[in-house]
Design a protein around this ligand. Structure first.
Ligand SMILES: [Zn+2]
Ligand SMILES: [Zn+2]
Length: 468
């Protein structure tokens, strides 16, 4: 939809005519991952900016696209941010009331705007590019009013099923926000986290797509092809995390601190996806968790799980999450709600779910049919996933695990030294009780199909041992 309503009204006599500004250039092959800012002078009285990007897509060239207003464009600042579509679009528009998905409506201020071009793949011959920027004069209409997602659905304690990783037309997904919400409700999800690549444009309008029992939490997939992807979960709808960082500077420290400042969490995404591109290269010490399960279980997830397990043994208590990374409703390895992250929360609210995630009261399952309970006790009150159980000398440790919804497979109890016990999945409900003879620092459970694919995975119960 083009926000051209203003053109029907009277146009001031001194307003300029519709103008095409043409810019062109060449990105040489040695400019991979360099940021190119193309200045565009925007006079007063412009109501709409349209940008068309043309380049030779042959040989797999990708020239990502975004734009900044006159408030500024320098990395580390976001005041001027007006949108990003990466490699998913080659044309967009912005007015004060509306914009293409991925872009941010708002005041059309005169001054120097900057189109950002970012080459993430360059053929040996380089990229010849051309920008056609159309400046459309007209009066301003009614200002765009953001409609943020409601912060709460209910205030009941429970285990809530969510998907923490997904894309719509606001980045490179194929669904509208309305379609995604409908599918989430049909999939029985209690919450979803919106994680578009490098833009908060969807977060400005989730309130328009509210459904009765579905909580929408704002997030962003901070995406650098050069250094990997990570999810900022639990953002305020106005918060944008700048993706333009490099491992050599302090940007990762700054951007993850920005996430925590709004009570969010910074999660490393698909760290081994694929092996040579988007491989995670930012410091793990800055992050709260790892997406150990991205879409359908595969060898890359197996590597992520092994990495998480290694970090746990080194004493880093990182949260493990599962996300579908869905982009389309069509058949793919990334289907909404498969896998899903199940969180114990005091309420189905942004604050409640984020607190449950922070406390690591979290397990992961392959689909909606699976439920589990995992507890430990030593004579007193049981501890659950995310808790620390105090065990006095001589006390027996009792561990209980219950699984519903699986028909076959293997349950494995693991500690810091690997597998401690295994048990076959029984059809219907599987109940297992263990009494570990050793004194584990932590325990967790994996449930796999007979062929080894993951069905369910818990975060940890921790143990502290003391005197009698
Ligand atoms: Zn990603
Ligand atoms: Zn993604």
């Amino acid at each position: 939809m083009l926000g051209l309503g203003g053109l029907a009204g009277p146009v001031a006599a001194q307003a300029p005519a519709i103008t095409d500004v043409i810019r062109s250039g060449h990105v040489p092959a040695d400019s991979l991952y360099k940021l190119f800012y193309v200045p565009i002078e925007v006079p007063a009285g412009i109501a709409e900016i349209r940008v068309q990007e043309d380049y030779n897509h042959a040989s797999g060239n990708v020239l990502n696209l975004g734009i900044y207003g006159p408030e500024g464009y320098r990395p580390g600042t976001t005041a001027g941010f007006r949108g990003w579509s990466g490699g998913a679009k080659t044309a967009f528009f912005i007015t004060d009331q509306a914009a293409s998905t991925g872009y941010v409506p708002g005041p059309m201020r005169p001054g120097t705007w900057h189109v950002l071009l970012y080459p993430s793949t360059i053929a040996p011959a380089g990229i010849n590019w051309k920008l056609t920027v159309t400046l459309v004069p007209g009066p301003m209409g009614n200002a765009f009013v953001p409609a943020a997602a409601a912060p709460a659905v209910n205030n009941r304690l429970g285990w809530y099923q969510g998907d923490v990783h997904m894309h719509t037309l606001h980045s490179d997904g194929r669904r509208t926000q309305a379609e995604l919400v409908d599918e989430a409700v049909a999939q029985g999800l209690d919450f979803i986290v919106s994680t578009e690549h490098n833009t908060n444009s969807a977060n400005l309008s989730w309130g328009r797509y509210a459904r009765h029992n579905l909580l929408v939490i704002n997030g962003e997939e901070v995406t650098t092809t050069a250094f990997g992807h990570w999810n900022a979960l639990g953002l305020d709808y106005t918060t944008l995390i700048d993706w333009r960082s490099a491992p050599a500077d302090s940007a990762t420290v700054r951007s993850t601190a920005q996430v925590r400042a709004v009570s969010g969490l910074a999660i490393i995404n698909h760290p081994f996806f694929p092996d040579t591109v988007n491989h995670f290269r930012l410091g793990v010490r800055h992050f709260d968790g790892i997406e150990v399960w991205n879409g359908r279980w595969d060898a890359r997830n197996e590597r992520a799980l092994a990495w998480w397990d290694t970090l746990l043994r080194q004493g880093r208590p990182l949260l493990a999450v599962a996300g579908s990374d869905t982009h389309t409703a069509a058949p793919s390895p990334n289907q909404l709600g498969r896998p899903r992250t199940v969180v114990q929360a005091s309420s189905l609210s942004r604050a409640g779910i984020m607190q449950g995630l922070r406390a690591r009261r979290v397990y992961l399952v392959a689909d909606r049919s699976l439920r589990l309970a995992f507890t430990a006790h030593a004579g007193g009150a049981p501890a659950g996933i995310g808790d620390t159980l105090r065990v006095a000398a001589g006390q027996r440790l009792d561990v209980a695990f219950e699984l519903r919804g699986a028909s076959a497979g293997m349950v494995t109890l693991l500690g810091e030294n690997g597998a401690l016990a295994t048990s076959l999945v029984a059809p219907g409900t599987t109940t297992v009780r263990w009494h570990p003879a050793s004194r584990p620092r932590f325990l967790r459970v994996e449930v796999r199909t007979p062929k080894g694919a993951m069905l369910a995975l818990t975060n940890l119960i921790w143990f502290r041992y003391g005197p009698r």
